[in-house]
Ligand binder design. Structure first.
Ligand code: TXA
Ligand code: MG
Length: 355
């Protein structure tokens, strides 16, 4: 994908249950020197750099090919460090942090002077998260305490859920990948914005609106999330991009299960007659009911968490298969289902067929 891959990328396998001190020390040194290290978190792999060093942040944008107005999340390992980079933290922000950190929650506050605009994409707010992953926490603690990290994919690719995905996208562009095996959740953190009068969810994730409301009361969803074509742009700059656009056209089919299956079978037949190579994203329960095409299961409908975990890897598999069109079943928007559907609808460029 890249013309220029001049750097040797070291892949360090690291055991979550027995974290190698030397490997963490070597990675931490790279971060302290302004370099980049990809590392696992519980959501997806991140591409880390010293968040308080503007040059280091710039390197992240270069390595990913990311638009520079798209701000980075600053990862911390100690709750007390929040106040060092954020100000005007409302009580509800503290309460939510107490409840869900370390964990798949990112909160946005007014930033303090020490956070460079290079890290926040020019904004005067900063996104902060304490990840729940022993390797991530060890690296943050051993380096500078503040690691800016977007998902470690090349811009426009699905977020990486395995170190191999990072290698495929960024080999030659970063010096080190810490390979801690597959991530646990597979979808990026929930983002809650506390920089305005009332808290707003800017990106759905594993921690749902209901879970948040149970702790701090009413929260709203960013209206820009629902209709990307409407006049309301999403507030998180990253959510305005199609983000990941599969190489094939992706079409989501939504409705009663039998209707979805028969509609997809009909589309598959049509695709064949048009000479198109078609794929299907089905489930363990339904894959046997498709008559043709490249059929892949995303997991069982009984466990939404498994679907979330497989989503990005499956989209990568289809990208590699050179299909022209992918038909996908839809999923319930309950719980993490909301985050799954949010990412799938974006990947489909809002092509959702109701049957
Ligand atoms: O789970 C995660 O959050 C992963 C792991 C590595 O921690 N990180 C991640 O980062 O998903 P990234 O850069 O791929 O997504 C960050 C999102 C983007 O949509 C960005 O626009 C938004 O957070 N964001 C960051 N800072 C913001 C700010 N100050 N105001 C509004 N949106 C912000
Ligand atoms: Mg990302």
């Amino acid at each position: 994908m890249w013309y220029n891959r001049p750097m040797k990328t070291l892949v360090e396998k690291i055991d979550v249950d027995n974290i190698g001190k030397q490997q963490i020390a070597a990675a931490a040194r790279l971060i302290q020197q302004g370099g980049l290290v990809a590392f696992p978190t519980e959501t997806v792999y991140g591409l880390g750099a010293d968040a308080l060093n503007p040059l280091a942040s710039k390197r992240i944008y270069e390595a990913k090919g990311r638009p520079s107005d798209n701000p980075l999340i600053v990862h911390i390992a100690d709750f007390a460090d929040l106040e060092k980079i954020a100000k005007e933290i409302p009580k509800k922000g503290w309460i939510l942090g107490e409840q869900f950190w370390p964990g798949p929650l990112t909160m946005i506050f007014q930033k303090k002077e020490c956070v460079p605009l290079e890290t926040t994409g020019g904004l005067d707010t900063v996104a902060v998260r304490m990840p729940n992953h022993p390797i991530a926490l060890a690296l943050i603690k051993a380096s500078t305490g503040f690691i800016a990290a977007p998902s470690a994919n090349a811009s426009g690719r699905p977020s990486p859920t395995l170190a191999e995905h990072v290698y495929l996208d960024l080999e030659g562009r970063i010096p080190m990948i810490l390979d801690g095996g597959p991530v646990g959740i597979g979808i990026e953190s929930t983002i809650v914005d506390f920089s305005e009068a009332a808290p707003v969810i800017l990106r759905p994730g594993y921690i749902t609106k209901e879970m948040i409301q149970e702790v701090i009361g009413e929260v709203s969803m960013d209206p820009g999330l629902e209709h990307s074509n409407s006049a309301v742009p999403p507030k998180a700059p990253g959510m305005k991009y199609r983000h990941y656009a599969p190489r094939a056209d992706l079409i989501l089919v939504e409705g009663q299960q039998e209707n979805v299956i028969s509609a997809i079978n009909h589309f598959l037949e049509e695709a064949r007659m048009q000479g198109k190579k078609a794929g299907v994203i089905g489930t363990d329960e339904t894959c046997g009911l498709y008559k043709e095409g490249i059929i892949k299961s995303i997991g069982t409908r009984k466990e939404t968490a498994v679907i979330a975990k497989h989503l990005y890897a499956l989209l990568r598999e289809f990208d590699d298969l050179d299909v022209d069109i992918i038909y996908s079943e839809s999923f319930s928007r309950e719980g993490i289902g909301q985050a799954i559907m949010n990412r799938m609808i974006k990947a489909a460029g809002h092509r959702v067929l109701k049957v």
